[in-house]
Ligand binder design. Structure first.
Ligand SMILES: [Zn+2]
Length: 386
């Protein structure tokens, strides 16, 4: 009997349900998987064998304790045979990593690029880096599952087109097709390519590479030249109708505030976008030649910016009721004045309402949050077949 499209999809869903269960509870046996999913034991055995053959799962050795009878074999994710490739196509930076299924980085490369470089030239450089990392990973006998790309701006997920990226100055760039063609031309075969907003992939990096459940919804705040948010609800990204969800840098905090790069006034990004803060620090240092006064001025400037961030965190918290807030991006390195002021303001606003704030943590992957998150996007696409 021919297998219909629906049956194939059903099989993919069942296979990935098993992978997700084993990721969440390493050591599960086939019998436990059958009990948890409601699938028959023979179906689970068949699917698990396929997943072992393909490099998704592996059997753990059973400790022999002398007791009689066959013990169920514990299963784990196999971190030795498959690879996920993730790339950051950022403002002035290109970075590529390869990770295993557990999110451990097994290869990486990065380079800075001149911000005036054209989209075509930038993509050519990125493709060269991707080709090198794909080859390196394959030479180590790993199978590449796909390439993910995280980039600032709004991305049309279905087409992989970067629609608008104000901080790169780009519009309508077919990132996915460009990379697909380039990998194909380099004789690397048809590797699936997925493109998504950088804060969104960073959020996925926190979720997909974590064996224990993280807070739900998860709110990831990416703090750099641009300020953006990735929101994962029930294991899925909140993207909005056109992929614009999460452009929280353009939430208005003050209607007569400074002009923002988007044309509006008083946006969050106009107060604590990294470039805005660096410009303000630069001019402060130029004006204040007295070093001690200058330091005081810098700390006060960072504190004020941090207080604005705290207000944004509060507004997003009241909107989304997140189970966890993650802060990441280069602005986090500006020192405690900035982040501590944000946390204090957030806590104060919650106290005034008599409410308990959710946990606020720093991004797990630090500087690699976008490329590792882009690798997580590949895993996410496999694990969520619909
Ligand atoms: Zn704006």
């Amino acid at each position: 009997m021919a297998i219909t499209g629906d049956q194939r999809l059903l099989k993919r869903i069942n296979r990935m349900a098993l992978v997700r269960l084993v990721r969440g509870r390493p050591g599960l046996s086939r019998a436990e998987l059958a009990a948890d999913t409601g699938l028959t034991k023979s179906t689970v055995s068949l699917l698990v064998q396929e997943l072992i053959d393909e490099g998704w799962l592996r059997e753990e050795e059973v400790l022999v304790t002398g007791a009689i009878g066959r013990r169920p074999t514990p299963l784990r994710l196999d971190d030795r045979r498959l690879a996920l490739i993730g790339a950051e196509l950022g403002v002035g930076i290109l970075a590529v990593v390869a990770t295993n299924l557990a999110g451990e980085v097994i290869a990486k490369a990065n380079q800075t690029v001149a911000s005036e470089l054209s989209a075509n030239d930038t993509l050519s450089l990125l493709c060269q880096m991707l080709e090198d990392v794909v080859r390196e990973v394959r030479e180590a006998d790993r199978v590449v599952l796909g390439v993910g790309v995280g980039t600032p701006g709004s991305v049309q997920e279905s087409s992989g087109i970067l629609a608008v990226a104000p901080n790169l100055g780009w519009r309508d760039i077919p990132v996915r097709d460009w990379i697909l063609k380039s990998l194909h031309a380099a004789a690397l075969g048809d590797i699936p390519v997925f493109v998504q907003n950088d804060a969104d992939v960073a959020a996925l990096g926190e979720v997909e590479f974590c064996s224990i459940g993280v807070g739900d919804p998860l709110l990831f705040l990416s703090l750099g030249v641009g300020v953006g948010a990735g929101v994962v609800v029930g294991g899925r990204l909140l993207l909005g109708r056109r992929g614009f969800a999460g452009e929280v840098g353009h939430i208005q905090l003050q209607s007569d505030g400074p002009t923002c790069s988007c044309g509006r006034r008083g946006c969050a990004e106009a107060f604590f976008g990294l470039q805005v803060m660096l410009n303000a620090l630069q001019s402060a240092k130029l004006e204040l030649l007295d070093v001690s006064r200058s330091e005081e001025f810098v700390q006060s400037l960072l504190r004020t910016a941090g207080q604005r961030l705290g207000v944004l965190m509060h507004n997003l918290w009241t909107t989304l009721d997140p189970g966890l807030i993650v802060l990441g991006g280069p602005s986090c390195k500006l020192g405690p004045s900035f982040i501590d002021a944000a946390r204090e303001t957030f806590q104060r606003l919650a106290n005034e309402a008599g409410l308990e704030v959710p946990s606020v943590v720093q991004a797990r992957y630090g500087e690699l949050m976008i490329p590792v998150g882009a690798a997580a996007l590949v895993l996410h696409k496999y694990l969520q077949p619909i």
